[in-house]
Design a binder for this molecule. Structure first.
Ligand SMILES: Nc1ncnc2c1ncn2[C@@H]1O[C@H](COP(=O)(O)OP(=O)(O)O)[C@@H](O)[C@H]1O
Ligand SMILES: [Mg+2]
Length: 328
């Protein structure tokens, strides 16, 4: 199968901050590809370079076979983009927003109404098409933006944190729409997220990005397998003594955090008795298969930050940078 995207040592520096550092990978046609990383990891910058909105400092990428440096027009024609921050016009209805976007993109006037109808039904917004966007819920807005990104029938769609701030149920609905786009229309989808579950549920392959670097790239199943075993957590009443535990060969990794010890254990079900014996008196024990959280910890050495500064790295931040730098 052909590649929808190829990045070659793609790099972006803002002053002396390296936001994206020599990333290289290929994304196959029709794939749902996830860039998973915390705020500030370089996800939006990466998408913006693919979409020709940000010029790389060095390196190259091909999107739909076109160079993002030398063939920007051709790249833009083959892509759709759903931004991290809301970008619909509140004072227009859902349908009017789509109409405006169709005009901007030069969608053929004879097709305009049928195309708008088709994307509206794809995201289940036909009933609400005449309602002003300011009266939409967060989930409806995201769906409208998804519809807008699809209006000119792009082969490649970029979704920057498509479910940011949505409640879990609405988030799952969004995933269904996105999966349908991939399975029914064959659209290649590149999605950024800092939600573990989203990456795992949605993506065929995931690249974990941290400080502008790709730490690992694989299918969700392989990533979990690569952690190298199950996660056994032991809670002690006082300071843990792990001397005996460390001698057990089937324990791959031992991490101590306060009164808790976290072990990575090959085939934990078989070894649990031995572990408890070596541990001595424990208050609680838990054994489970690795989750995406464990995967993230394994490859980056830290937990992903799930809450807090959600707007960081978004359009508002960019506008502030722009304001600060544009009057010199
Ligand atoms: N226009 C800009 N000017 C200066 N720094 C920027 C700009 N855009 C992003 N950055 C910085 O680059 C890093 C990566 O940002 P971003 O790609 O938005 O991360 P993410 O989308 O993963 O949260 C951050 O440290 C951010 O502050
Ligand atoms: Mg971002």
């Amino acid at each position: 199968m052909a590649d929808a995207i190829e990045a070659k040592e793609l790099t972006k520096k803002f002053g002396n901050l390296t936001a994206v550092n020599k990333i290289s990978f290929k994304i196959r046609e029709g794939e749902i590809f996830g860039l998973l990383g915390p705020n500030g990891a370089g996800k939006t910058t990466t998408l913006s370079m693919f979409a020709t909105l940000v010029h790389p400092t060095s390196g190259e990428a091909y999107v739909g076979g076109h160079s993002i440096i030398h063939e920007q027009g051709a790249v833009r024609k083959s892509i759709g983009f759903v931004f991290q921050d809301p970008s619909s016009d509140d004072t227009l209805s859902g349908r009017e927003n789509l109409y405006l976007h169709a005009l901007l993109y030069g969608v053929n006037l004879t097709d305009i109404n049928s195309k708008i109808d088709s994307v509206l039904s794809l995201v289940d917004l036909k009933d609400k098409q005449r309602v002003l966007v300011k009266n939409y819920s967060g989930g409806m807005r995201r769906r409208l933006e998804l519809a807008r990104g699809l209006l000119h029938e792009p082969k490649i769609l970029f979704l920057d944190e498509p479910t940011l701030g949505l409640d879990p149920q609405t988030r799952e609905h969004m995933w269904e729409y996105i999966k349908e786009l991939s399975s029914k229309k064959g659209v290649t989808i590149i999605v950024t997220t800092h939600y573990m579950e989203e990456a795992e549920q949605l993506c065929d392959r995931i690249a974990i990005i941290d400080h502008g670097e790709i730490k690992v790239l694989d299918t969700p199943a392989n990533l979990r397998r690569n952690v190298g075993g199950d996660i056994v957590t032991l809670r002690f009443s006082g300071k843990p003594n792990v001397a005996k535990l460390k001698k057990l060969k089937f324990i791959r990794k031992t991490e101590i955090k306060g009164s808790t010890v976290r072990l990575t254990v090959y085939n934990s079900a078989v070894h649990l008795q031995d572990i408890l014996k070596a541990a001595g008196k424990v208050e609680a024990v838990e054994s489970r298969s690795p989750t995406m959280n464990d995967v993230f910890l394994h490859y980056t050495g830290k937990e992903i930050r799930e809450s807090g500064d959600e707007a960081e790295g978004g359009a508002m931040e960019r506008i502030m940078h722009y304001r600060a730098n544009s009057h010199r």
